[in-house]
Write a protein that binds this ligand. Structure first.
Ligand code: BES
Ligand code: ZN
Length: 642
């Protein structure tokens, strides 16, 4: 009997957890009071690095006696009002709790009996983690300041008081006042056109999670790319951006063909200044993108395929908590590759998937077991810490395994119905697994037995039966790399003239592995034990061999950010000093975390490197985004000026 009772309690608890997933990265209480709509009204004050105005939240009262609890971070709350009709507002009370390092402070607002609207007058702090205020010098045009937001994962609370959990979806509207010569854009329908008058209105009629609310203000111009696609950028960057992104409409068409309609109306891209801390951010209707993807040959546009794919995986079907982040990023990385295959062909897709697998293996080598799990536990940690290759590449590999096992046609049908079934919902990993069982696995126990779903989701590492994407083009690159490494040809004789960015990246990584004695077969390794350096490199040091490559291919001067990054990382590792001035320039102009974090980490491995890193960072830090500053402060154990 007692067991039966216990059993029932366990079952009930499990039920409550699945239905109302606990988001431990938010103080909000959406099960009692749920925000449904947000109205925003701001002055954008560049001189004070401040947004000042008010947010009006429309709430649903589920437990009428409960107060509204919101997330905030470094906000100055002036006053609060409540209303029962949205017309007359009465003064209200509020309590701002203590601030936690990761979560910020809860804002508790008692609600009178009939109140269903709450208006909060507030201003942001100059150091708000979700805002970057750029001086004119940090823009392409050098004449005007620039502001952009970055809300994912939990930074929306640093510029809007709201229920900052991906499980809470809201519609929103905004009225934004800026200096007259600047243009404001948001992740929403633009109701003011692109005429500049310093007064702009927006609305988002579909319910979205808070991490997708976004704003940018600057000297921006717009150019159309297709019937429902376009690009915003500073005048200086606009032409190059439009050329690079000219396949955007094709990508939307290709994705719709396989995964169902694009449900957001327009798809525009905003190309930001280089301090943007990410490659891209999938703000609905308006992807935010780094200018470092403008390679000149469209070779880095998988970033756009990725952000576009989020319009299905992420923005339409959203992770309910940051534990379920892989549902956003793994699905999106899988879709990204499918878009690349559809628009640029299978060989390009294979190269990108192979590079992804390599990243994943390298990352796994340095991670703790608990961080290799798709359904990761991030309690007590910054959710941005969960942003490794695990959710992206391991997640995508899991879906690739399902595709290969059940066949592409069947799996596509499954995904399309999944997006449709959960459209405009936020779901947990358990909900996905249930849906997967009922709509795919259960129809064929024989096929299902080939995919260890529990191991994929709950265990570290990669299952032994996982697919291993390979590229035949990379095989050829390796042959040429070997012949050059073994002294059989000179650098100038390496037939690299037609290599794509992906082939170059593979070449450089392969060469670095050989410099480090990695990836050789047993007999080569035995030979090396006898005659260490000579077996790898006839005669010369890695730095000398890098100089040969540089003379032939001018890699230090490469304008391709991915190649430059790979090269600079190798330069630090191999002490190739000729590239150091370029390294410094790179770190002083680019703030993309994916690039700068590994470079600072590599520098910090030696005392001289650490000194160099500190000298560069002292100058670069004021130009980096608050999120990048947090990351690099941690890498360099920075205390100056804190
Ligand atoms: N949504 C992410 C960016 C993100 C993740 C911001 C977590 C904050 C917290 C975006 O879609 C993304 O994955 N960007 C990648 C590029 C992509 C091509 C892998 C990036 O910025 O590197
Ligand atoms: Zn993503």
């Amino acid at each position: 009997m007692i067991y039966r009772v216990l059993f029932n309690i366990v079952v009930l608890a499990a039920f409550v957890i699945t239905v109302n997933a606990q988001d431990y990265h938010s103080y909000a209480n959406p099960a009692a009071v749920r925000v449904r709509h947000v109205d925003l009204d701001w002055d954008v004050r560049f001189d004070q690095k401040m947004l000042k105005g008010f947010a009006t939240l429309t709430v649903e009262r589920i437990s009428p006696s409960e107060p509204l609890i919101l997330d905030t971070r470094d906000l100055k709350i002036e006053k609060v009002e409540t209303s029962a009709d949205g017309v007359r507002y009465a003064p209200g009370t509020f309590k701002l709790g203590e601030s936690d390092k990761f979560l910020g402070a809860p804002l508790t607002i008692p609600l009178p009996a009939k109140a269903n609207r709450v208006r909060i007058y507030y201003s942001t702090s100059p150091g708000a983690s979700g805002l970057q205020w750029l001086d004119p010098a940090q823009t392409a045009g050098k004449n005007n300041p620039f502001l952009f937001t970055q809300s994912e994962a939990i930074h929306a609370r640093s510029w809007i008081p709201l229920q900052d959990s991906p499980g809470v979806r809201v519609t929103y509207a905004a009225h934004v006042r800026t200096p007259r010569n600047l243009l404001a854009v948001m992740s929403a329908e633009n109701l003011s056109g692109t005429a500049r008058d310093g007064d702009y209105r927006f609305r988002m009629l579909q319910p979205i999670p808070s991490y997708l609310i976004a704003l940018a203000v600057g000297d921006l111009q717009f150019r159309s790319l297709g019937p429902r696609t376009g690009v915003y950028a500073e005048p200086h960057t606009l032409a190059a951006a439009a050329r690079e992104l000219s396949d955007t409409e094709k990508m939307v068409v290709a994705t719709e063909r396989t995964f169902g309609p694009y449900r957001w109306g327009r798809y525009d891209i905003l190309v930001l200044p280089p301090s943007f801390p990410y490659g891209g951010m999938e703000n609905p209707r308006l992807t935010f993108a780094t200018p470092t993807m403008l390679a000149g040959d469209k070779s880095l546009v998988s970033l756009i395929a990725h952000e576009l794919a989020h319009s299905w995986s992420g923005n339409l079907v959203t992770n309910a908590t940051w534990r379920d982040f892989w549902l956003n990023e793994g699905f999106t990385t899988y879709l990204e590759r499918r878009i690349i295959e559809a628009v640029y062909g299978r060989p390009r897709e294979e190269m990108e998937a192979a590079l992804g697998l390599r990243d994943l293996n390298e990352e796994i080598a340095g991670l703790e077991d608990r961080d290799e799990i798709l359904h990761i536990d991030l309690k007590g940690r910054d959710p941005d810490d969960g942003s490794t290759d695990i959710p992206y590449e391991k997640g995508a590999l899991f879906l690739r395994h399902l595709e290969q096992t059940f066949g592409r046609a069947r799996f596509d049908q499954f995904l399309k119905s999944y997006f449709n079934h959960f459209a405009f919902q936020s779901i947990t990993t358990d909900q996905f697994v249930d849906y997967l069982k009922q709509n795919l696995l259960n129809e064929s126990p024989t096929l299902a037995a080939k995919v260890p779903v529990d191991e994929w989701i709950n265990q570290p590492g990669i299952p032994a039966s996982a697919p291993r994407p390979t590229s035949s083009a990379f095989g050829t690159v390796e042959e040429h790399a070997k012949r050059w490494l073994d002294g059989k040809v000179t650098a100038a004789q390496v037939p690299a003239a037609k290599w794509t960015t992906q082939e170059w990246l593979h070449f450089l990584r392969y060469v670095q592995d050989r410099f480090e004695n990695k990836g050789a077969n047993g007999s080569e390794r035995a030979e090396r034990l006898l005659n260490h350096a000579a077996a790898v490199l006839p005669g010369d040091s890695p730095a000398v061999r890098m100089a040969e490559l540089d003379n032939a291919f001018h890699l230090t001067r490469s304008g391709n950010s991915e190649i430059a990054f790979q090269w600079l990382l190798m330069s630090i590792r191999n002490r190739y000093e000729a590239a150091y001035p370029r390294l410094e320039e790179f770190l002083l102009t680019i703030g993309r975390r994916k690039f700068i974090k590994p470079l600072y980490e590599e520098l910090a491995k030696t005392p001289e490197g650490k000194q160099r890193a500190v000298a560069i960072y002292r100058r670069a830090r004021p130009t980096y985004h608050p999120i990048a500053v947090t990351t690099i402060d941690d890498v360099l154990k920075w205390t100056e000026g804190k």
